[in-house]
Design a protein around this ligand. Structure first.
Ligand SMILES: [Fe+2]
Length: 301
């Protein structure tokens, strides 16, 4: 469920070593951050200033519009945070492009986000909570089956960031798909019909239209995400439960639509999000889209 890549391992890793790791639902863990970090004074600024200035869940730089949210963008601190996260996003992008050229071809670069608040006992509403185990559903609106890749760095100098999981999507679908109401006895089409495709195309032309886009696939993923967070029997089930501790200045990346996860403890993380075209996957039969469509195999019980 986790594969470790030391800095010495990386140059000899084949281009598909890392991407196959992700596609199989394994967390790629880097004990030492494999990219340059913001300067020490910039890290200190993020850790010290953002918790008191933050206005929403995270502070996020949006590369498509080149602006920052979660903090007063026009303030001096907002401008400084924007510059730090923009440069960080570019370093993460360069690393991932070089490490996984085929997987990242034609990707969408999403937000570069800083999470300044302690996750333990944060008290967010259940569907926004990071403390409840879930798989991610949607990123910047509908993904239509494309994959959600997230790259994390723990920039807390003293404390681990702690995750729990209950396994990967194919297993969870087998066990809970029926209870969640997303299971299908036979193959089904999740492709967008012509009207749905046209609707998505029209929405894309609006600045925020993409955020309200949806698809049959995205609705099923949202339903499963909400089932997981709303169901105490699922949250309390110990089957497949594992805990991972990510030490200070380690990094990890994962397909978060594939690996169920909760962050139960930790403060100060950088999180970069990317949407990876499903067509780039070498093991598409493992992807949630194909599992839900039943082209892999229909649920058997
Ligand atoms: Fe998540």
């Amino acid at each position: 469920m986790i594969s470790t890549f030391s800095l010495a391992d990386l140059p000899s890793a084949s281009p598909r070593t890392l991407s196959d790791t992700l596609e199989k639902g394994t967390i790629a863990f880097f004990p030492d951050v494999p990219i340059g970090l913001p300067a020490a004074d910039e890290l200190e600024f993020l850790r010290n200033e953002m918790p008191r200035l933050i206005e929403s869940k995270n502070v996020s730089y949006h590369p498509e519009t080149k602006h920052i949210t979660g903090i007063d963008a026009a303030s001096k601190a907002g401008k400084r945070a924007e510059g730090i996260l923009r440069a960080h996003s570019e370093r993460v992008q360069s690393f991932l492009r070089a490490a996984m050229p085929e997987l990242t071809e034609g990707w969408t670069v999403g937000t570069s986000s800083f999470r300044p608040l302690e996750e333990k006992g944060r008290g967010l509403g259940p569907h926004a909570s990071n403390e409840l185990v879930h798989v991610d559903a949607g990123a910047y609106g509908a993904t239509h089956g494309d994959r959600i890749l997230r790259f994390f760095i723990n920039i807390n100098p003293d404390r681990d960031r702690v995750w729990t999981t209950k396994g990967i999507f194919p297993e969870l679908y087998e066990r809970f798909g029926r209870a969640a109401g997303i299971a299908s006895e036979k193959s089904r089409s999740l492709e967008r019909g012509p009207w749905n495709a046209m609707y998505s195309g029209i929405l894309k032309t609006f600045k925020k239209g993409r955020l309200i886009d949806t698809s049959p696939y995205d609705r099923l993923m949202r339903q499963f995400h909400n089932y997981m967070k709303d169901t105490p029997e699922f949250q309390n089930d110990s089957h497949g439960h594992r805990e991972f501790r990510f030490p200070p200045f380690s990094a990890w990346m994962v397909f978060t639509d594939m690996v169920s996860h909760a962050c139960i403890e930790g403060q100060y993380a950088l999180v970069d999000t990317f949407v990876i075209p499903l067509r780039n996957c070498r093991l598409p039969e493992l992807a949630p889209f194909h599992i839900l469509r039943g082209s892999h195999r229909a649920i058997s019980h």
